[in-house]
Design a protein. Structure first.
Length: 486
């Protein structure tokens, strides 16, 4: 086992700050310099791109200097669309792996979305009183020039941040089964930091650490900039009062302290199922309430989006219907009973991608990789997620939302609710055509997959927001373009 992940019950040598190492406060400020640098580079790169393209495409008549202030204002509208989109895809988050192909794809898709939004802002609202209207190709060429530049310096900064984070460690308080489960999950994650464990299993009757609190306190007293954070894998009530107070002060003044559930949500954007209890939905921090303004906005967005989708994609729907009829005959539309919000069943509509009656003729409730029941056309419909398009009608009817947990088949849901204690929590919201679990985890082929996807569904329910929905839309486009559906 890699020494960086060792968790044997032994006395650990406390971290000593290296000579000349910056203080923790200074190190945190240094981390913010990278965020500020990316923002400054975005502003400079966009100003250079837009200004150069605009001046090069300027028609006869010349440029007048009194237009400069209004030109700057005009450039701010697309810059706002760019920064908002990059914020959504994680372009300003140091935990984002900016060297990955996934981020590159989402960055490009995000720029496409920003171009659409910027075009609406500029040509419909911002330029009505400008002396010279920007040509129709001005924004397009500006985005074409800006996009590769923004990727180049993000990759350079991302490489530096990855190297910096690889030199850091997490201190983990606790060993035993819970810590082992955390270690197993950590080894399969994208985190590059090492782990160092402290044993907290030997407790006195009053809940304090027997002969180990001094050791932990000594370690916490010598924290250096090599410590990324502290993870507590045991209930806080099992720690002594002095240690708890020390952790609180460290959390607010120096280094972040995570419980297991906050670490999972912060770094892995999912909820650990083992941390759930019957009162989980009543905890503070849920954006999903009956009085949430976003809930009403979401329903309005569902109606507009579903109606627009059915109208604009009408020709595509017709072509798919003809191909399905040619490949496997009738019926073209597949109907199945699924579980909706509150556990209420409803009938879902999809383009048929499997042989007729294949689901009822087989005892296997899962669709497997290279499943022989999938038709030739159905294989491509699933890859591109086009078999889901008839669900836009379910959205109009109110059975579903555009974004939410996957609508599970009644037979599967009955099995999961018997075997997975917290499974029913996913029915707190409407199911969606796409969702956080669908864009982060492969298609489920067994109950273990259902548990993994539940972690993402519960994260969505807890973090229910416009930004998360926008992120899911961009990730869905990424999956469709790269053909990763099933």
């Amino acid at each position: 086992m890699n020494a960086a992940y060792s968790y044997e019950r032994r006395r650990l040598v406390p971290f000593q700050a290296e000579r000349g190492t910056l203080s923790l406060v200074a190190a945190r400020r240094q981390a913010w310099i990278w965020h500020a640098l990316i923002v400054v580079l975005d502003v400079a790169a966009w100003g250079l791109s837009f200004g150069a393209v605009f001046l090069l495409r300027l028609e006869a008549g010349g440029y007048q200097w009194e237009w400069t202030s209004r030109l700057v204002v005009l450039a701010l509208w697309p810059l706002a669309a760019i920064t908002l989109t990059l914020f959504i895809v994680g372009g300003y988050d140091r935990r984002t792996d900016m060297l990955s192909l996934t981020y590159m794809s989402e960055h490009l898709i995000g720029m496409g979305a920003a171009l659409v939004g910027a075009s609406v802002l500029v040509y419909c609202f911002a330029s009505f009183d400008f002396p010279i209207k920007p040509g129709r190709g001005t924004l397009l060429l500006s985005f074409i020039a800006f996009t590769p530049m923004s990727l180049v310096y993000r990759r350079a900064i991302g490489s530096r941040l990855r190297a910096d984070m690889a030199r850091k460690h997490f201190l983990v308080l606790g060993t035993g089964k819970t810590a082992q489960n955390f270690l197993d999950a950590y080894k399969h994650s994208t985190n590059h930091q090492g782990l160092r464990f402290f044993d907290t299993e030997q407790l006195a009757a009053d809940g304090t650490l027997q002969g180990r609190e001094d050791e932990v306190m000594a370690e916490l007293g010598s924290l250096s900039t090599s410590v990324e954070g502290i993870v507590v894998t045991v209930p806080l009530t099992e720690l002594g009062e002095t240690l708890r107070d020390r952790l609180v002060r460290i959390h607010f003044q120096q280094t972040p302290v995570f419980t297991l559930d906050t670490f999972y949500e912060t770094y892995w954007r999912r909820v650990p199922v083992f941390a759930l209890n019957p009162s989980w939905p009543l905890q503070i921090g849920f954006q999903l309430t009956r009085s949430s303004p976003y809930q009403h906005f979401k329903r309005l967005s569902d109606l507009v989006g579903a109606a627009a989708g059915l109208i604009l994609l009408g020709p595509v729907l017709g072509v798919i219907a003809v191909l399905t009829l040619w490949d496997s005959g009738r019926p073209i539309i597949f109907r199945q009973e699924r579980i909706g919000r509150g556990g209420e069943p409803f009938t879902i509509f999809k383009f048929r991608s499997m042989k007729n009656r294949a689901d009822s003729a087989s005892d296997d409730i899962y669709t497997r990789t290279n499943d022989t029941r999938i038709t030739r056309v159905g294989k491509w419909l699933r890859k591109l997620r086009l078999d889901e398009l008839p669900q836009l009608w379910n959205v109009l009817r109110g059975d579903m939302s555009l974004i939410g947990p996957r609508a599970e088949w009644v037979r599967c849901a009955e099995i999961y609710e018997k075997n997975i204690a917290s499974y029913h929590f996913r029915h707190l919201v409407k199911p969606g055509i796409t969702g956080w679990a669908q864009v982060n985890y492969a298609y489920g082929e067994n109950q273990d997959d259902a548990i993994q996807k539940l972690k993402y569904d519960l994260y969505y329910i807890r973090r229910y927001s416009l930004r998360l929905d926008a992120m899911i839309v961009l990730k869905t486009l990424h999956i469709m373009f790269w053909g990763k559906g099933q």
